[in-house]
Design a protein around this ligand. Structure first.
Ligand code: GSH
Length: 219
């Protein structure tokens, strides 16, 4: 059965791959799993029909037969468990890859989201200029640590895994801030992720939604 995911009908990032359906698309492309996309408007996301799939009225969701999932991390994990290439076979290596998935979403992503939310919604507040360096400092503290751990390695723990897939998408959310660029190894890490053919296919497919262009035939 071909799974169906949901994505923004008109993504606020103008198709730059920052919306979280990108993670799911990338995982599906790495897995070689064809998929359908149902586009939803901001209004539709808050309607009961979508909330039946996603209690928080967000994207992405994932439907496969009678299985319905939400939360990009859970969806990527589900895909990674069922297809080769995203999680190592060795039990300990697999557990470590899972650890990096959680680290991406629960340790690195929160300060990045906080910074992004402030830039989006609090720019006109009197205290914004004072708060910005504090938020950037929290992001940099995490990136200092991540950069030290990655060192000169290509990926976080041996071969590319779902942990890298999530971490790269999390770091990409800093696009436009110039922060990742101040860490040459993290910058190269993100570029390595973006250079993967599966990433490119996923990116082009979600960009095509915004530009109205036909997606690539194999996306
Ligand atoms: N933790 C969730 C976050 C989902 C999320 O924030 N989705 C955004 C798009 S990237 C969304 O739907 N925003 C619209 C809204 O919250 O109303 C996940 O990883 O799937």
């Amino acid at each position: 059965m071909t799974p169906t995911i949901t994505a923004f009908e008109r993504s606020p990032d103008r198709g730059r791959g920052l919306a979280r359906d990108m993670r799911v698309r990338w995982a599906l492309e790495e897995a070689g799993q064809p998929y359908e996309v149902r586009l939803v408007t901001f209004g539709e996301m808050k309607e009961p029909a979508h909330r039946a799939l996603h209690p928080f009225g967000q994207i992405p969701t994932y439907e496969d037969g009678d299985l319905v999932l939400f939360e990009s991390g859970a969806i990527v994990f589900h895909i990674a468990e069922r297809h080769a290439g995203l999680l190592p076979d060795n039990a300990n290596a697999r557990a470590r890859a899972l650890t990096w998935m959680f680290a991406a979403l629960s340790t690195v992503e929160p300060p990045i989201v906080e910074l992004g939310t402030a830039a989006l919604l609090e720019r006109d507040k009197a205290w914004y200029a004072e708060r910005l360096p504090i938020l950037e400092g929290r992001v940099r503290a995490r990136l200092d640590e991540l950069s030290s751990r990655l060192g000169e390695a290509d990926w976080l723990d041996g071969a590319f895994s779902a942990g890298d897939l999530l971490m790269v998408t999390v770091l990409r959310r800093l696009a436009g801030t110039g922060i990742v660029e101040t860490y040459p190894n993290l910058s190269a890490y993100v570029a390595r992720g973006e250079a993967r053919p599966a990433y490119r296919r996923a990116f082009e497919a979600q960009l095509a939604v915004f530009t109205g262009a036909a997606p690539p035939a194999d996306a």
